[in-house]
Design a protein around this ligand. Structure first.
Ligand SMILES: Nc1ccn([C@@H]2O[C@H](COP(=O)(O)O)[C@@H](O)[C@H]2O)c(=O)n1
Ligand SMILES: C[C@@]1(CO)OP(=O)(O)OP(=O)(O)OC[C@H]1O
Length: 161
């Protein structure tokens, strides 16, 4: 039995905020704005995992109106979501994600993101976690550097005992 989910998220780029993507703090002149740490990639992955389980989205579980989640570490939210996966008897099949950003250049940071995500999702092999990046060729809000988007697809596999 397999279950598939997809997630998509966007956060605005502003001055005076850290740029945290995939659990990695990237040196950049701007950072992502949100109620939490605004880790757009971990949010897309979180939504994909919740989608695969048929459990709604991160806003439902961790509302942005709740002060408990102000400046929340998105990796901790993902770890909590992963506990729901295990409770239901699933493990990671694979996860594939794309960060949509004109800048900064993500490539140097992707290996660290993959390791962090693989650890959180208890991957047996790093090849189960793929992270890609693309510009939008200077088109649209990402192309103008106003924000960063991310999308993700996750496959969960039922654990056979
Ligand atoms: N923020 C980004 C965007 C892209 N990359 C890498 O560059 C390659 C070419 O990007 P295009 O949008 O011109 O296709 C892309 O395949 C990524 O490897 C990146 O590191 N950071
Ligand atoms: C993560 C949460 C909660 O702190 O806040 P944000 O950082 O604003 O992120 P978003 O992707 O808009 O929605 C989920 C939120 O409930």
């Amino acid at each position: 039995m397999i279950r598939v989910g997809q997630g998509f998220d966007v956060h605005q780029l502003v001055e005076g905020r850290p740029c945290i993507i995939g659990g990695v703090t990237i040196p950049y002149e701007k950072g992502l704005l949100g109620h939490s740490d605004a880790d757009v990639l971990l949010h897309a992955i979180s939504d994909a995992v919740l989608g695969a389980l048929g459990l709604g989205d991160i806003g439902k579980h961790y509302p942005d109106t709740d002060p408990a989640f102000k400046d929340a570490d998105s990796l901790k939210l993902l770890l909590h979501i992963w506990s729901m996966v295990k409770e239901r008897g699933y493990k990671l099949g694979n996860v594939d994600s794309t960060i949509i950003a004109q800048r900064p250049k993500m490539a140097p940071y992707i290996p660290d993101m993959v390791k962090i995500i693989a650890d959180a999702l208890e991957a047996e092999d790093l090849s189960q976690v793929n992270v890609k990046a693309t510009t939008t060729e200077q088109l649209g809000f990402t192309g103008r550097g106003e924000g960063i988007a991310a999308q993700s697809v996750v496959c969960l596999v039922k654990v056979v005992l």
